[in-house]
Ligand binder design. Sequence first.
Ligand code: ADP
Ligand code: MG
Length: 298
Amino acid sequence: MKKIDAWLFYSEYSYNKKIESGYIDEIVRKAKEEYGINLEVKNIHKFTLISGEENKLLYDGVEVTELPKIAISRRYEIYFFRQLELLGVKVFNNVQSMIDARNKMKTHQMLANSCVKTPKTVYIVPKRTVMNIKYEDVSKLLGKKFVLKWIYGSQGTFVHLVDNENDFNELVLKYQGKVLFQKFIEESFGFDIRAYVLGGEYVGCAVRKSSSGDFRSNLAKGGSALKFDKEDEIKDLAVQAAKAVNLDICGVDILVGKDGYYICEVNAIPGFKSISKVNSINEKDLILNLIRKKLDEK
Ligand code: ADP
Ligand code: MG
């Protein structure tokens, strides 16, 4: 029997849907025939971790005796992926970079530290009981209108444009002070560029444009994807950003300011919708290419 090269995971709901639609059969076939990869797709909820005298893994109640060389982490299941790492499986994205990427302030610091251009960002250490984070203090540093983000947010839902004390106080309270404040890159109102970097290689990008007059361009907020005609200008920047945060699967959000490009944030579990809309790239090939590359690196 050929050894297992890689595991891919879905939640039970997606797994069942993908079995029904033939997606799983298709990706396993494609992996084997086009990439020479022996791929298995798993329902992530069937795993049990045993941590103690001996680290073990059960699948559907049965001990796993053969592990893959590589696992692709497209879910924030830190203990599960850590267990795989402890058992010697190479996980992409690796668990530490997944944890880092979950926190917008931490990733901002990593990006800024590696000299990637980012919007000026402010964080005030919150007190537990008293409201010590003040609109006046932040506006002195960033101007009257700036962006406020919950540091654990995603899909545009927890990002706000603030220009008054009332909204500011309400939001800071709502997020219990776990927020960062950022210079508003006005010229990028309603659009940004989403670039993808896999295994350190730039694979494509799309412009995301808000269709509702919102300053946020996330597809989850109703944005649409368009082709970007100056791709060469952002390739190296995107690769540099992914490297700064050590992500092998990375979606990079890029803002366009009057004085050039700014890295807005990085995503460790990016959807591939925006590039598949404007390019002939699809999710299956992106993932299989990455697995092939990682298998060949060994
Ligand atoms: P999320 O994790 O929710 O996607 P982002 O930091 O990417 O959070 O912000 C969501 C969107 O808001 C971005 O894609 C961009 O369109 C807009 N945005 C975020 N930060 C800024 C900023 N500093 N200036 C201008 N627009 C911004
Ligand atoms: Mg984003």
